[in-house]
Design a protein around this ligand. Structure first.
Ligand code: CAA
Length: 395
């Protein structure tokens, strides 16, 4: 049993045959098809349609989605294992995978109608279409409830107006889960969720973000100008949007924790190999304590993150039957794993020194990619807020 000071964290983990199978399949695809093109797509910032399609064909875009809706029907541990493997090869592919699985498919499978699951989950889970999630606006990031975009009901449809920003996958997305205000007088209780089709009139894309890292996971603003969304594409009831957004982010944060572990593991393994091979002052550099102790800290933080993330995955899995929230577990896993990814990538550049600063070695990319895990789906400061509020029972 893995325990924290205050709460039981769930049973220890034994991987099943099915877990090992998806881990190996994801690893083979990641190392054979994704790793060789990662630097090229990082440089160009283009969306990697071909490899993403292969991920979809393998079931990696809807790992936890029921087979009834075109998914792989596996559990959350399977999702985490596959996310680690893909992100270890390229965190941008990990981001694309995470948004499709956790923020789009999971949201609609959990809160949607039968018709919505058939129309929107099936194509995304099977990799035929791309999904996205849009909460943030230019003037509201961490304070997610303060949004300016509006939806007004007119008969059997809503008219959407406004601008949303930082939408991962949006340049390639067919469908986007959008959160917007239907009744500003009610604050967060006035937010409603809609499934938007990107080929309809009134929808357009705004500026693309010229990002530091995960550059192949394209990100842009989206703009609504009298976009008409049929009422049957509302997810949940009017006013339920904020709670849906938060509950979905709990699931998303487990995926980002796994993505961060992938980056940390890649950084650690590259450093270990370099420390074994590179010589200075007549010794292999790993024999110097200055390098050896860095490796010890990287390994320890990496394994601690893995345990926290498995624990969050088990809590998420259990919530499918109990309905219990796993907010605390998800935030702790995301906080620790993202700070570990940044720590490990930072140490990896330092261990590699000059070549670590060069685009000829992948640790430079790991360093740039790691940073986003401390920012998106809730900054580290927001995770600390969520964790402390949960522990103090303030929410
Ligand atoms: N599950 C279910 N309900 C939840 C919840 C959760 N995890 N968290 C909060 N709620 C509920 C509360 O119980 C409360 O309900 P009542 O009104 O019935 O009491 C309601 O939501 C409001 O909660 P708070 O009072 O705690 O809300 P707040 O305004 O103080 O905000 C916050 C809380 C934690 C700061 C939240 O705003 C937050 O998580 N902010 C960060 C947003 C974020 O992660 N943005 C990233 C977006 S996605 C992205 O990164 C881009 C991408 O494409 C990947």
């Amino acid at each position: 049993m893995v325990t924290s000071g205050t709460k039981t964290m769930g049973p220890s983990l034994e991987l099943t045959e099915e877990h090992l199978m998806i881990q190996k399949a994801a690893r083979d695809l990641a190392q054979n098809e994704i790793a060789p093109v990662a630097a090229e797509f990082d440089e160009s910032g283009e969306f990697p349609f071909q490899t993403v399609q292969k991920m979809g064909e393998m079931g990696l875009m809807g790992i936890e989605v029921s087979e009834d809706y075109g998914g792989a029907g596996m559990d959350t541990i399977a999702y985490v294992l596959a996310m680690i493997e893909i992100s270890k090869a390229d965190a941008a592919h990990g981001a694309i995978m995470s948004v499709n699985n956790s923020l789009f498919c999971h949201a609609i499978e959990r809160f949607g109608t039968e018709d919505q699951k058939e129309r929107f989950v099936r194509p995304v889970a099977s990799g035929e279409a791309i999904g996205a999630y849009s909460l943030t606006e230019p003037m509201s990031g961490s304070d997610a409830a303060t949004m300016r975009s509006r939806a007004t009901r007119e008969g059997d449809a809503y008219t959407l107006n406004g601008r949303k920003s930082w939408v991962t996958n949006a340049p390639a997305a067919d469908f986007i889960l959008v959160f917007t205000m239907t009744d500003p007088s009610k604050g967060h209780k006035g937010i409603t969720a809609f499934i938007v089709e990107t080929d309809a009139q009134g929808y357009s894309r705004g500026k693309s973000e010229p990002k530091l890292g995960i550059r192949a996971s394209a990100t842009c603003e989206i703009i609504f100008e009298d976009y008409r969304c049929p009422a049957e594409q509302r997810l949940g009831e009017e006013g339920e949007g904020f709670k849906i957004a938060m509950a979905v982010l709990d699931a998303g944060r487990v995926g980002i924790a796994a993505q961060a572990i992938g980056i940390a593991e890649a950084s650690y393994e590259a450093s270990l190999q370099y420390a074994r091979e590179r010589e200075a002052f007549g010794k292999r550099i790993g024999e110097f304590q200055g390098i050896g102790f860095k490796l010890a800290d990287m390994k320890t933080r990496l394994e601690a993150s893995r345990l926290l993330t498995y624990s969050a995955a088990l809590a998420k899995q259990a919530s499918k039957t109990s309905g219990a929230r796993f907010t605390l577990e998800a935030s702790m896993a995301k906080l620790h794993a993202s700070e570990t990814a940044m720590f490990c990538a930072h140490q990896a550049v330092q261990i590699h020194a000059g070549v670590g600063y060069s685009k000829e070695f992948p640790v430079e990319r790991y360093f740039r990619d790691a940073k986003i895990t401390e920012i998106y789906e809730g900054t580290s400061e927001i995770q600390r807020l969520v964790i402390s509020r949960q522990e103090l029972a303030l929410r």
